[in-house]
Design a protein around this ligand. Structure first.
Ligand code: FNR
Length: 351
């Protein structure tokens, strides 16, 4: 099939859904609110508009940029997601392989079933995502191990304390042996309900400096802010970047969208830290809109899972290449002179 044709990602989603076992399909697709609400959140990305520029002179369609001072071939990064071996036996190894071959960053979930060493072996630039566990020492050991295995940043997810416990047969391989692991891996549904679905603890501002220290000085990226004031507090506490995110709509059925929150976060953070966004990015045009609103990069979640489910690393590569091709096209159509100057050249309105 052509790399991009109208609706290519919808077709891929259908193919993935046909390939996935029902419980994984359900896990990937799930959102916190109604289906209508989820559709509304996605539609908001398509309602963005701007007046295309003309006559600006010399133009570049290069997608290369940097995040946290490290070069990436594209501003499209891979969101950390659990249960990847449920979608494909190679799991995170495949996703990281795709990231390495495309020259982008891959987020790796706290719950990865693929050992850090295998992720490192792909050569990918990987960022380790942390949910603070109830036992701080366990979190510390996980982060230390990730740093030793070459993670180049720590993503602290602050929007979700509920740890969706593994599907049968999928274990968070890297969690140190011990009571915490035994308890969490073996939770029965009843025990999970008794815990209020919350075997992890809520993140605090102090965790930012603590994680930086425990990781030997890695930059900490705070994932899941939807307010300018929270973003500013995270940056004041040492965050190198924030991710504006609704966790793909999985956190709250009543939440505002990440897209509508982006301008206030960009305004609050200024040039003190980088701002990224995720939740609902489904085309190169969406990436362009995010960058024009001041995001430095975007993370993509479910589409990567769909690629993984259909064809492992090759499927993830196809998704990334497709989004990059669309982004280059959207950049060209916008008339702006480059990716880096989008935010000053285009006035984007939402909805
Ligand atoms: C996630 N997400 C997520 N986030 C996180 O910080 N740690 C995690 O372990 C997971 N796990 C996870 C599993 C699955 C199946 C999905 C779909 C998502 C959230 C993820 O990082 C990201 O915020 C959203 O997926 C982005 O939205 P889209 O691109 O899926 O719309």
């Amino acid at each position: 099939p052509p790399l991009i044709s109208r609706g290519w990602l919808d077709v891929l989603e259908q193919e993935a859904n046909a390939a996935l076992p029902p419980h994984i399909r359900e896990y990937v697709a799930t959102t916190a609110g109604s289906a209508a609400r989820a559709a509304q959140h996605l539609a908001e990305w398509d309602a963005v508009s701007f007046a295309p520029r003309t006559l600006l002179g010399e133009r570049s369609l290069a997608l290369e940029t940097s995040v946290l001072g490290r070069r990436v071939a594209s501003p499209v990064l891979i969101a950390p997601m659990a249960q990847q071996v449920g979608a494909h036996p190679a799991g995170e190894r495949a996703t990281a392989t795709a990231a390495a071959s495309l020259g982008t960053v891959v987020g790796v979930s706290t719950n990865t079933a693929v050992p850090f060493g295998e992720i490192r072996a792909t050569g990918a630039d990987w960022w380790f995502q942390v949910y603070p566990l109830a036992e701080r020492a366990t979190t510390a050991r996980l982060v230390e191990r990730a740093a030793v295995a070459g993670a180049s940043a720590i993503i602290l997810t602050v929007d979700t304390t509920a740890l969706l416990v593994s599907a049968p047969g999928i274990e968070p391989t890297e969690w140190p042996e011990g009571p915490e692991r035994e308890r969490l891996v073996n939770l029965t549904p009843d025990e999970l309900v008794a815990l209020g679905g919350r075997p992890t603890v809520a993140a605090t501002l102090d965790d930012i400096a603590w994680l930086s220290e425990v990781s030997g000085g890695l930059p900490v990226v705070v994932k899941g802010v939807l307010r300018g004031d929270d973003a500013a507090r995270a940056v004041d506490a040492g965050a190198a970047a924030v991710i504006v995110s609704t966790h793909g709509g999985r956190r709250s059925g009543a939440s505002i969208t990440s897209l509508s929150a982006l301008p206030s976060v960009v305004a609050a953070v200024g040039d003190r830290a980088e701002v990224y966004i995720d939740s609902g990015v489904r085309s190169g045009g969406h990436v362009l809109a995010a960058l024009a609103l001041g995001a430095r990069a975007v993370f993509v979640g479910r589409p990567v899972m769909w690629g993984l489910a259909t064809a492992g690393a090759a499927g993830v590569e196809r998704v990334l290449r497709g989004l990059d091709a669309e982004l280059a096209l959207a950049l060209s159509q916008s008339g702006a002179t480059s990716l880096a100057t989008l935010a000053t050249e285009l006035d984007v309105s939402l909805g």
